[in-house]
Design a protein around this ligand. Structure first.
Ligand SMILES: Cc1cc2nc3c(=O)[nH]c(=O)nc-3n(C[C@H](O)[C@H](O)[C@H](O)COP(=O)(O)O)c2cc1C
Length: 323
């Protein structure tokens, strides 16, 4: 069988086994739609606080919105309390999510202080209770995203995969770096391989995949799928490119001009989705990834920061880069 293949997560069938990672501030609806069009088999939304949803926070509620064009989509929730996790899972299901993912890998202090994210790796009974609560409260598949370890020279991957399976999770994503390393360092592919043989549910490997050769390494190690995070920022083509390369087809060139055209469309989508001010603000964050091929990229980024309206942005891009 080809390394790229359809993947089933519980009752959800994915056309292929490449997944867009959840990334706060990045993987919102407009970007998720783009990645699905560019070949991702599944897209994951930014993590949403179960606690904030419980208290009716409007911004968190809006984060659950699902565009009809963006299926299959996984909505990630985080929290530390069974009742709020149950409620959040139900809300995400009602909003149209295909899959619910529980975050147990985030190393951000604020999240950890609230008892959520990677600190749950230290308290397996609590993690099991939260995961079971989510699984039992919805009819759609629930998955777990965690890490292979908290610290160096530690290996929790297989244990946590088993825990997820025993709690009824339909798949587990393992970020192949210890939590202390946050997002840097080489992924530990051997640790992924050990987790893959410990369970029957799909293990999706994550961490540092920026090309077909990394994806191939993960899949050859036994991962059922590969999750891509930063490699997709400013580069949603990565999914199609990996599929083409691993299936022996030529990979098309993505010229700076082509990237700019896609980026310009994404900015328009962001403005339509969030309104002008927030749409432009969010678009700015990833400008460096999209326009880095142009000789005057840093000057344009500097100019972009000062602009407030979509008309000004259109003008900047059309004059400076001559779209
Ligand atoms: C800006 C940013 C935001 C992130 N937000 C989330 C998140 O909301 N939930 C989550 O589980 N992981 C989050 N992550 C971690 C990614 O999902 C992924 O595990 C990590 O980036 C490693 O994959 P990569 O090396 O392919 O980027 C985030 C990472 C980045 C860079």
């Amino acid at each position: 069988m080809s390394l790229i293949h359809p993947l089933t997560i519980g009752s959800v069938s994915l056309s292929n086994n490449l997944v867009l990672a959840p990334m706060a501030g990045i993987t919102d609806s407009p970007f998720r739609v783009l990645c699905l069009k560019d070949g991702a088999g599944l897209v994951c939304a930014e993590m949403v606080s179960a606690h904030a949803l419980h208290y009716g926070n409007a911004k968190s509620g809006r984060m659950l919105r699902v565009n009809p064009e963006e299926h299959p989509v996984s909505m990630q929730i985080f929290g530390s309390d069974e009742q709020t996790i149950r409620e959040a899972a139900c809300q995400a299901q009602a909003a149209g999510a295909d899959i619910i993912d529980l975050n147990a890998g985030c190393p951000v202090k604020k999240i950890n202080k609230a008892g959520a994210g990677c600190v749950l790796m230290k308290d397996e009974p609590k993690l099991a209770r939260l995961l079971t609560a989510a699984v039992k409260s919805v009819q759609i598949p629930v998955t777990l995203k965690t890490r292979i370890a908290l610290n160096h020279h530690e290996f929790l991957g297989a244990r946590l995969a088993k825990l997820a399976e025993d709690c009824g999770a339909a798949a587990i994503t393992l970020h192949a770096r210890a939590a202390v390393d946050v997002h840097s360092g080489e992924p530990d592919v051997e640790a992924l391989a050990k987790a893959c043989v410990a369970v029957k549910i799909p293990v999706i490997g994550n961490g540092g995949v920026t090309s077909a050769s990394y994806a191939k390494e993960f899949l050859a190690a036994g991962c059922a799928g590969v999750m891509i995070g930063r490699g997709a920022i400013g580069n949603p083509f990565i999914f199609r490119d990996i599929i083409d390369e691993l299936e022996g087809r030529p990979v098309p060139a993505h010229t700076p001009q082509k990237r700019l055209e896609i980026y310009s469309k994404l900015i328009e989508e962001n403005v339509a989705y969030y309104g002008e001010r927030i749409g432009i603000n969010r678009s700015r964050k990833t400008a460096g990834y999209w326009i880095n091929g142009f000789p005057n990229a840093s000057a344009v980024r500097g100019e972009f920061v000062r602009l407030d309206t979509i008309e000004e942005v259109r003008k900047l891009f059309s004059t400076v880069f001559e779209v």
